[in-house]
Design a protein around this ligand. Sequence first.
Ligand code: ARG
Length: 402
Amino acid sequence: MSSSRLHTPSSSHSPADPAPSSDSSSLAHHEQQQQQQQQTPTIPVLGASDEWSPLRAVIVGCAEHSVFPSEPEHMITATMPAQHQRHFRPGHVFSHEITAAATAELNHFAGVLQDAGIRVYRPRQVDWLAVGGYTGAMPRDGLMVVGNTLIEAPFAWRCRRDEIRLAYGGILDELMRDDNDHNDHNDDDDDHPGAKQHAARICRAPTIIGKDTIYDDPKNSQWAINDSRPAFDAADFMRFGQTVLGQLSHVTNEKGVSYLRALLPPGHTLELVQVTDPHAMHIDATILPLRRGLLIYNPDRVTEAALRRHAVLRDWELHPYPFVPKARADGPPSYMCSPWLVLNALSLDEKRIVVEQDDVEFADWLRTRFGMEPILVPFRHVHSIGGSFHCATVDLVRGEEE
Ligand code: ARG
């Protein structure tokens, strides 16, 4: 990985840099630049091995033009709150009030992250109604980084098939370009001059040609999809070092798990957690690692015994969330999520964690019980569109600066 480093924004070239005028000054300039490069901390283009090391680069979603996802009825009844299921029909847009407020919340959240020194990428706006899609606000479902590898999820949902290409394709190109550029510059230093080293790896999802069979008579009636082709949502998985933990769900099947396993960088393993969630879809309201050795979990959906089965958690402190999160009567409707969305927080490091500003009980518990430093940010309108801080982001780089 050492050959591909990007400089943090503070070290980037300004157009006002004086142009070198002669050979000797050019050399001096070059040396000076090299010195600067050695002094400024650098971060890789892609690199994340867990959920709690210091966040350095992240994608934050966009809510403009979000539309209620439309999928076969049995998928919606399996995964969405009963009282809101009538909304999930083709062409039903979220109200302007919700998307406008969600956009403001996402922009504010992106600013909070930037102020914390984190590099933030934002997707392109897409007219989701015109393309029969859903939203650009939930990138965690479609992209995941493991080590130096960014993996695009082969979504089960038809309405999400083009989401990554349309909204995030530009970011993926930019990441590859940055990786290439940097390696071009470093060609001289390579052991094999001229041989480009790609420190970053991007795996795009396969394209489905012809009829999608994923909803045909599900063999295993526990889930809304069958196992006829690989399908997973990236939010069904989390990184714990060399081990990725995940779950089967209404959007993740066995073939999807094998497919993901095959794409993980060398040395990584993928283990499935035995959850007891009949509505399973995304594991990020079921478990929340706060730091190395400390995880909180949703006791309605998973047991301590099931978590202990995984060697990587064997000597961890595992704490059930002790309160019953309640649906709020005030504010925008939670069309797509249960009150357990409270656990969908985003760690900035092993102390700081972004929590919804109304989740005061949760924030107090994290502070008093574990010495965490919650950062309270408003996000209720983003919740209406499908998730909270963890769902609305993709960690690109986590780790100590070098
Ligand atoms: N299914 C979870 C719940 O309702 C919400 C998970 C949302 N996560 C996401 N990545 N979109 O509790």
